[in-house]
Design a protein around this ligand. Structure first.
Ligand code: PA5
Length: 446
């Protein structure tokens, strides 16, 4: 493989506000403190995502093989950590417009629909596009009770059971091994079920069945994804320390926004996945000792070259409060030469390819930001495939907790998200959440 981390535009020699060589060492030491804390949590068994690279994949691939050719559509029901990883995988690795290909063009693999939001319009169109008899519904919820997932699944279950004799043959559940509504239901109804290990949280679960089962059903090489993730851990952890060092440095300097800007539309959903990872892990009111600190910086997704025509103006001339992480793809698949059919004014493009143009635009943005003294780092990958995607996801799954643990916050909980869920349960009248409806009435309806 060939994935590199380039920090040239975040160091003193090229950027006034950059790190000098002493600071680089100092901040790598700080990152190492976060890393050692992470290692401890992994060794104790509290945190499990790094260990997913050692799991056997046979169960998942055998299941996918059994289902191959049997369904025209796969509907995945899940939200947040239970859908964003898959979105990133699908966006990066399946052809653009994949669902418009024929069954045979897709090699017998199903089309993919992701029912995340409880948006009636979206769910209606999923049901209109699919035939129950030809659809596999994969419902994913670690807790087994997330209101959006449960609601969408109930609607889809009814839709299936009105049309097919054995709905159970059209369902697969991915959930906690012991707890939750979904686990109970799948056990009682003898539904095919895969488990999310207890020590793997939603946004760190892409290498568990949460990401791997649907990816395998779609014909993607999940062993290569795991191999990429594993190689990153085995050989290139230094890259996580360097990136974390830069982020820690700029957080300490008061920079407020962390921009991820891949120069390819194929990593657009990857950037969404990253935003969740960063925001839910690092946005915390209290540190681990219970001190109120309102910690966090805001992640921002930006896609090149599209956002050169929108956000870049702010990036370059707005407040100097952002750290940029670019992703460059050296060799773009199916690269096309630009032909000149108009007049000599566009002759300068002749012979160049779209991929080259995209990368030139990236270099221009990097330079424009550097000239405005805005810090950036760049991750460079030779191509996009299962291996590289697995590698990149694991890289960031290390970086984010390293940063959080260095600052003494817990990157693995999400009390803020849970409070919102509890209010919603109270409003919906779920037993046990009556207090929340009272609190809601006091705070909102007054
Ligand atoms: O990262 C997280 O923990 C969350 O985003 C969850 O993944 C999300 O709330 C969905 O939860 P669940 O998988 O329990 O349905």
């Amino acid at each position: 493989h060939n994935i590199k981390v380039d920090i040239n535009f975040a160091v003193k020699s090229s950027l006034k506000s950059g790190l000098d060589s002493i600071e680089i060492d100092e901040y790598k030491d700080k990152a190492n403190i976060g890393y050692q804390k992470l290692l401890k949590l992994v060794d104790k068994g509290d945190i499990g995502f790094p260990k997913l690279v050692d799991q056997a994949l046979d169960n998942i691939t055998a299941y996918a093989k059994k289902k191959l050719g049997k369904f025209n559509d796969l509907v995945v029901v899940g939200i947040g950590g239970s859908s964003l990883g898959l979105e990133a995988i699908v966006n990066a690795l399946l052809p653009h417009g994949y669902n418009s290909l024929t069954f045979s063009e897709r090699g017998g693999f199903p089309r993919i629909w992701i029912a995340d939001n409880v948006d009636p319009y979206k769910i209606q169109w999923i049901m209109k596009n699919c035939q129950p008899s030809d659809t596999l519904v994969c419902v994913i919820s670690k807790s087994g009770g997330t209101v959006e997932t449960v609601s969408n699944f109930n609607i889809l279950y009814k839709w299936l059971s009105e049309e097919v004799e054995k709905p159970k043959d059209h369902i697969i559940v991915i959930t906690d091994p012991e707890k939750g509504l979904l686990r109970k239901w799948s056990e009682e109804n003898e539904i095919d079920t895969f488990f999310v290990p207890k020590n793997v949280g939603g946004r760190f679960s892409v290498f568990s069945p949460v990401g791997l089962v649907p990816a395998s059903l779609l014909g993607l090489e999940i062993d290569k994804m795991i191999e990429g993730a594993k190689d990153f851990i085995a050989t290139n952890l230094q890259q996580a320390l360097v990136l974390s060092a830069i982020y820690i440095f700029y957080i300490e300097k008061g920079y407020k926004i962390n921009v991820l800007m891949p120069y390819t539309s194929r990593l657009s959903k990857f950037a969404d996945w990253y935003c969740q990872l960063w925001a839910e892990s690092l946005g915390k009111r209290y540190d681990k000792d219970g001190k109120e600190i309102f910690f966090g910086t805001t992640p921002l997704k930006s896609v090149g070259a599209i956002d050169q025509h929108s956000l870049l103006q702010l990036f370059k001339e707005g407040p100097d409060d952002k750290v940029f992480t670019f992703i460059e793809v050296l060799n773009h698949d199916a690269d096309k030469k630009i032909v000149s059919v108009m007049d000599e004014e566009v002759d300068y493009l002749k012979g160049k390819s779209l991929g080259e143009l995209l990368n030139y635009e990236l270099y221009a943005t990097e330079l424009a930001l550097k000239n405005a003294n805005r810090p950036s780092v760049k991750i460079v990958t030779d191509i996009i495939d299962e291996y590289r995607l697995g590698y990149l996801m694991m890289l960031f799954m290390y970086v984010v907790p390293i940063v959080g643990l260095y600052f003494n916050i817990n990157p693995f909980d999400q009390p803020g998200v849970e409070e919102g869920k509890n209010y919603a349960y109270g409003l919906l009248g779920l037993r046990g959440f009556e207090d929340y409806i009272k609190k809601f009435e006091q705070g909102y309806l007054k």
